[in-house]
Design a protein around this ligand. Structure first.
Ligand code: 9MR
Length: 454
């Protein structure tokens, strides 16, 4: 008799009569088929990462907000509650009520906490703003020690120092009262934090450090390199990753994460938000998520708020949920990327070339598939001459349906689906490429896209 899971009575599984081989086969058939996870936190967890959100204590009584937080996220960062002005409003008098609420909320649900932040030029209490020199240095160190001690054992990662480097071409330190206490103020803060909470990962956190070629990125890199060389305690670098049309996701973002990780620190995306909407925004979120997944030491992503209306840049609608708490296309693309990145992908790359004529193009597709779904990334490459527009056809097998797409205009959701360039990516220089993507349900099998160019 052929042995299948159905034909093996449950009691028979325990019977000594079954040989080890047969038992093994029966268990294999009985094993549940791996499913793609359905929340950000669960799918990030499949590769050992967290997926977090910045949280405001006063919003924890908003049931829509808290519902999303509790179901989707596995880490929190107090958005303002742990900053210097919040925790030490009067010198020597510490107030933790709001921050403690967030920490308790997280602890009750097994969420990690990113502490933000112990030393920063901004959001200093008035008494600190007017200090300089040695008194300020010792007040800063006392603050680091007191706050890190209060939260000892409860913090996964601390942003020990935030935004200490200047923007612009120089690659130097930002001028501030803390900087004027001496160039070693950053390492002094890290040493104090380590002494106060030896179990927390200690991070340096900044913005505009995403492009590997920028002087600011290089300056932070040299700081971390120097700390590692000299044994100054540092465990991680936070990339805030606030993106918008004026400050887009750089093409070398993954390179930046890789290069920092190679110094022997974790890298974390700490304040992610990307202004925009629809497929363009979804595509950018997809890229950032994939960049993190591609770097083993990128161990978590935090978005800077939950709904668009919770954002410090609400008008730019930069988050994963709309003001009513609905999942946006950006959410779907992040979840798909997380699932694609964590399920052993079935990758198929096929190429078809449209011959003849300088206006030709090539389309190749990479598939990340899991049981019941897939994400396809299609690369359109211009031939020996620049092209002004492109059309791609994907013949989808029966049972496959497109559920979302980005960076292309779509006609149809099943069968022969047509893709035309979006307004912004039709022009491709000779030999250069652009990408669009889509996700779908069903098994995509082997796709052989056709490409024509104009
Ligand atoms: O999101 C925070 C906003 O509510 C505050 O008003 C603002 C004040 O500086 O800080 C925002 O958070 C910042 C974070 O602490 C550090 N990186 C930049 C963030 C956006 O400004």
């Amino acid at each position: 008799m052929k042995l299948t899971s159905r034909s093996v009575p449950r009691t028979a599984l325990g019977a000594a009569l079954l040989s080890v081989t047969t038992l093994g086969a029966a268990l294999l058939v009985n094993a549940p088929v791996a499913q793609a996870a359905t929340t950000l936190g669960a799918s990030a967890a499949e590769s050992g990462r967290y997926f977090g959100a910045a949280v405001a204590a006063h919003k924890l009584s908003d049931s829509v907000y808290t519902g999303i937080l509790n179901s989707e996220f596995t880490s929190v960062t107090p958005e303002n509650e742990m900053k210097l002005d919040a925790t030490e409003p009067t010198q020597g008098q510490f107030t933790y009520t709001s921050a403690d609420r967030i920490v308790a909320h997280a602890a009750a649900r097994g969420m990690k906490v990113r502490g933000h932040t112990l030393a920063w030029h901004s959001q200093q209490p008035g008494w600190m703003q007017s200090m300089e020199g040695a008194p300020l240095r010792s007040a800063m160190l006392n603050h680091v020690t007191q706050v890190a001690t209060h939260y000892r054992g409860k913090i996964d990662s601390w942003d020990v120092v935030n935004e200490a480097f200047a923007d612009g071409d120089g690659g130097g330190r930002r001028d501030s009262n803390l900087q004027r206490t001496g160039n070693d103020w950053i390492e002094a803060a890290f040493r104090a934090a380590r002494a106060a909470d030896p179990g927390a990962k200690l991070c340096y956190n900044d913005y505009n450090t995403d492009d590997w070629t920028h002087a600011k990125t290089q300056a932070v890199y040299r700081l971390v390199q120097d700390f590692k060389t000299r044994g100054v305690p540092i465990d991680c670098v936070g990339f805030q990753s606030h993106f918008n049309p004026a400050s887009p996701v750089p093409s070398n973002y993954q390179t930046t994460l890789e290069n920092f990780a190679a110094l022997g620190v974790d890298v974390q995306i700490t304040e992610l938000d990307i202004e925009g909407s629809g497929s363009a925004q979804a595509s950018n979120y997809d890229r950032v998520t994939r960049a993190c997944l591609a770097v083993a030491r990128c161990n978590g992503i935090t978005v800077w708020g939950i709904r668009d209306t919770d954002s410090w840049r609400a008008s730019g609608t930069p988050l994963l949920f709309d003001g009513s708490g609905n999942k946006k296309a950006a959410y779907t693309s992040v979840l798909a990327a997380l699932n694609g990145g964590t399920t052993p992908p079935t990758s198929t790359t096929t190429t078809t070339t449209t011959p003849g004529g300088p206006a030709g193009c090539t389309a190749t597709v990479s598939l990340n598939s899991w049981n019941g779904g897939f994400v396809a990334t299609v690369k359109v490459t211009a031939g020996s001459a620049a092209i002004n527009s492109w059309n791609v056809t994907t013949n989808l097998p029966s049972g496959v349906s497109v559920t979302g797409s980005w960076n292309a205009e779509r006609t149809g959701t099943s069968g022969a689906v047509q893709w035309r360039n979006a307004a912004y990516n039709g022009k491709v220089a000779a030999g250069q490429s652009t990408e669009f993507g889509f996700q779908g349900t069903g098994s995509a099998g082997t796709l052989t896209p056709g490409c024509t160019a104009g």
